[in-house]
Ligand binder design. Sequence first.
Ligand code: UDP
Ligand code: MG
Length: 348
Amino acid sequence: MTGTEGSSPGGRPGRARPAAAPRRRLVSHLSVVVPFYNEEDNVPELHRRLTGVLNGRGIPHVLYFVNDGSRDGTLERLRALASSDRRVRVLSFSRNFGHQMSISAGLAHADGDAVVVMDADLQDPPELIPDLLERWAEGYDVVCAVRRKRKEGPLKRAAYALFYRVLRRISNVEMPLDSGDFSLLDARVVGLLRAFPERNRFVRGLRSWVGFRQTELAYERMPRRAGEPKYRVRHLLKLALDGFFAFSTVPLQLSTWLGFLAAGLGFLYLVYALASRFLYQNPAGWTSLAAIILFLGGTQLILLGVLGEYVGRIYEEVKQRPLYIVDEAIGFPEGEHGAVARLGGEGP
Ligand code: UDP
Ligand code: MG
């Protein structure tokens, strides 16, 4: 954990090759973290496929299912699972805290040598877990599953492509393109993520930020098995903005660049206006003035908004509220995970 390991030149924590002779690791215990928000129809199938794969390969495991304030029968189904399978542990939030918080809660309690994070809707096939684990055994600490092809509509696809590429450009971490939260994290990465104090938890950014040996694994992203996608455009936009503002200060520098640009253009225009004033005696028009004022006014408002995004995030951080509130913890052995035993708010 010296900070040199796994980082590429230039200080950018990139995806470096593993050491020349990678050590092979054996998993003695794997945790799987899954967030659930109104996924009642996916609960039994997900559990069936997960345990099918993990038991089939003889991988010792514990499943951490986080109920993110579902309004349907998700919690009841999870409760039933926990009573029939002692390897299922359920954390149920007091309300909906969002996808990234559910993952954070799962990571806060997950143990074992490695942790897999995946969605509940079976878009992330559990059958990929042995492959993820294989890369981990080869010595990688973060294995991100990367979508080979998206099954969403062309508009959504274009938006995602744009988002990941812009984010990569303006942030100082190298996040894999087209990766969601589906990934496998080594225990030490999980330990580090857990200790991150920030509220704005863009997990896929943070896991790249930590560095170490990172790799990608391509897979075919399935269509959602049942239920509605929870991410409406508004949420996606929020997630995208969180990604931008949490990992880059480039938007803040925008005003400097635009300021220079406007000042430069203004100067050129001044030269032109003066020349035409003295050469042709015609006064500069009202229309151009109005245009300039509107342009500058608009730009200033936009940049105020950008500033506001950062100030708002600083405000959220300084309030130091708990990240989420656990209402119920089901299936946790007595005495284990003191944090859940207490229940209530949990900080980072
Ligand atoms: N999810 C959650 N809380 C939310 C929204 C979503 O825990 O507020 C979960 C959801 O149940 C699913 C995962 O996050 O397991 C991804 O959600 P979704 O499938 O809607 O996102 P998409 O696949 O469209 O990106
Ligand atoms: Mg989905």
